[in-house]
Design a binder for this molecule. Sequence first.
Ligand SMILES: *Cc1c(COP(=O)(O)O)cnc(C)c1O
Length: 496
Amino acid sequence: MAFSVSSSYTKLRSILDATPDAPLPSPASIQEATKTIVSSLPIHGLGEEATEAHLLRDLPRGFNGPKTSSNYYGFVTGGVLPIAEAADNIVTAFDQSPMVHLPDQSISTIVEDRALNMLVELARLGAGPDWGGKTFTTGATGANILGLACGREAVLNSRLEDAGSQVGAIGLLAACQKAGVDEIQVLTTMGHSSLYKAASVAGLGRQSVKEIPVSESEPWKMDLDVLERELRRSSNGVVSIVVISAGEVNSGKWAVSGPEEMERIRFLCDEYAAWLHIDGAFGVFARSLPKTSEFASLINQASGLELADSITGDCHKLLNVPYDCGFFLTRSAQMLSAIFQNPNAAYLSSGPDASIPSPLNIGLENSRRFRALPVYAVLLTYGREGLGEMFARQVRLARSISRFIESSDDYELLPSSSKEEYFETTHIVVLFRARDEKKNAELVKNINATRKMYVSGTKWEGKPACRIAVSTWKVEVERDLRLVMDVLRDVAGGPS
Ligand SMILES: *Cc1c(COP(=O)(O)O)cnc(C)c1O
């Protein structure tokens, strides 16, 4: 009997439908699944049927549940909307590689371009064409690498005369020497770990990333006076890239409080020829919430991002498409192609008058997955209103959880310094700890041991803290709030 993809998929669906809505498999199933993993190349292949059985029956028992569970609150994972799953299977079935824009051969680059334009609309960042340089990336890490690469190129090229001797051509070392630059700094607050990685990849070094917070009690908030002082060092051969954490991953807090601050930062970056990048991996979608008084503070906090030179966003988080998919926006495709041009491959050319830049010339990869399709599918299926409603449910659950924690004697809502505006600016992250130190030390472990919900551990003010990130499309506010309250009450009631 010939192996059939469709019957295999039907089997998968029935297994998934029978899978309990659990965020984590039991330790026993993980152990059993681990034992089945084959670790050396078979001489005679097992064949499709035996392999299929292994893939469908043995391995999934050991997978965690960001996709299948409504109560997986770890990291910021998102789930997978059914239409996105369907689209992702179409991606695999047709195996397009949108790397060169070849409109008479495949429409994949056109779909990608349109999906990116609609994402710009969804995030209320203007019109798609305002962002001439835009591309899908593997995630926010990839997009942050693009952001720092663009920043590096821009801040140095502005000090160099001819295009033949710019960073992409002559390299960082020679460009710095020619430009009389002896330091490139990345100014930020609570930069995501991937920013440090990006700084290393972009040749700036992890130590180039400098935190400039207003205070120890508000480490996420950027001190704009310190920013100005740092930018002024440009007269001494120091050039700067400014990175705004627009949704810090531990606390959900923002480096800026609204459009006035963004305007001041924009002004300073122009004044001192610095590049302004936004890491809005999940935060950028705060701009897509319904424009009602319920979300006015959040929307205000998120306005002004359009003033940036470049923006990072993630689709595999709040937009609920499967891994992996992020996006990157900047104003001109030329900035990207100065860095990512794939030169001297005539066979990879789309001709001189291409209206859409070939993705291989504006991003890291040559061959690439058609990751635009699930995004396109989700945007079409739900539109602005449907997606706004999904984002609203995520926020409502996070806010109701934070209210519960605030009213509880057992837990403390963090950061404690930001109580005033807490509820209006809570987006999707809730950070807290148990008041009892002994319980707090075991809190994350004990919550996850219930296997009813999953949370991530982090540190805040040097102490362990617990973090709930709401990011799945499956959110049902009342139902999920009840579950979270029950679990948190149970865990608090246990022995100290
Ligand atoms: C998740 C996240 C990242 C990294 O994103 P990946 O998609 O995992 O590469 C970067 N910055 C922020 C603010 C994030 O939340």
